[in-house]
Each structure stands twice: as C-alpha cells, then as structure tokens.
Design a protein around this ligand. Structure first.
Ligand SMILES: [Fe+2]
Length: 203
C-alpha cells in the first residue's frame, strides 16, 4: 500500500518569525521526495529477483541497502514536523522530570541537545530507551540511519541538516536551535512519552 505524504502546512502560520514559508515549503518538498522514494523502493522490492541477492550488487540487494534512507527520511521528518508548533508551549512536567533524571538538570539537558545539534549533520533525537529505561539523546548521522539506536521511542526529533534552516539562518545554526526550542509542540511529545513508563513519572 502506497504511503501518502502528511500535510504540515499548519506550520506556515504557527512558525511565523521562526521559519519562513519559503523555508518550510522547500522542506515539505524534500520530505515528499522521501515518501515517493519509499513507495518506489517498496514497489520495486515486490518484483526484484531474490535469487540474484549479492553483497557487491544486485537490484534486490541495493534496494534493501537504500530502504532505510527513504524509510527514516520519511518517518523522522514526520516526527519532526509533528513536534513543531506555535511559540510558547509549556514543557510537560513528566517530560521535564525524565530529562532531569537523565541529565541532572533541565538546563543541562537543553545544553546537551544544543551541543549535539552543533555536532550533527543529521538528526538529534530525544528518545525513551527501552533497553535501559531512561530518556536518552541519540545523534543520527548521514543518510538518516547511521547511529540510530535500537529499541527507542522517539520523543522529539530535531532536524539538523542544513536544508532545515539554511534559507532562513544560513550558517547561524544556534539561532535556528533557539527558535526551535521556543516552537516545540509539546502535545505530541507528551503523547509519545505517555506510551512509555517515563510518562507515569509525577512531580
Ligand atoms: Fe529535513
């Protein structure tokens, strides 16, 4: 079944003063490209000759090797756009508590995310780590999958590729990040957290 790109045009009004319409539309187009490629790969896999599978090259092998790029390019962008929104939302207490337990203080958690974002070209993810029962920060590098840790529920996805901010901020990544932290959409984040044991933490 073909995947359909989701509509995130609400962000054009909600992110005024943070991301321009030009910046967002370019990003939506890029995201839609990943959805298209995911559909192409999944369709081609139905026909590809499994008898020819080979480490060096075969159509089937190459499709499987490229599948995570289109899959994660699709899903991580959807998580990112979902967790952006209007300025001024309050941090859910359970999320703040979980971040404090992981990093010591809220300020330390935010500082760590900014340091990771400065380190990345790729993604910075705040996750719930089912392996160790803690909130974790995960740096995902090239092609949307290098460094992605297993058994994580993504709570916040931060796009740190240049295409996410370059039209508006050029090389001023720190200004993009400052705006992003003001425009996190905490509703979906709280919902994601609620699917994990960390969502039950009360102050
Ligand atoms: Fe992106």
């Amino acid at each position: 079944m073909a995947h359909e790109p989701k509509d995130f045009r609400r962000l054009i009004s909600e992110c005024q003063g943070f991301l321009s319409e030009k910046q967002l539309q370019a990003h939506f187009t890029l995201y839609q490209g990943y959805v298209k490629k995911l559909n192409e790969i999944e369709s081609s896999l139905q026909q590809a000759d499994r008898e020819q599978a080979n480490y060096s090259y075969s159509e089937y092998s190459e499709l499987r090797r490229r599948e995570p790029v289109a899959y994660n390019g699709t899903v991580l962008h959807e998580l990112y756009f979902e967790n952006l929104g209007a300025k001024g939302g309050a941090v859910p207490p359970a999320f703040k508590k979980a971040a404090e337990r992981a990093l010591g203080t809220w300020d330390a958690a935010v500082a760590d995310l900014k340091a990771m974002a400065e380190s990345a070209h790729g993604w910075v993810l705040v996750t719930y780590d089912w392996n160790f029962g803690v909130v974790r920060h995960n740096l995902v590098q090239s092609e949307h999958h290098v460094g992605l840790l297993p058994n994580q529920t993504v709570l916040i996805a931060i796009d740190c590729w240049e295409h996410a901010y370059f039209a508006d901020y050029q090389t001023k990544k720190d200004a993009y990040l400052n705006g992003l932290f003001e425009h996190l959409n905490w509703g979906p984040v709280a919902k994601r957290l609620g699917l994990t044991p960390a969502g039950e933490v009360k102050r």
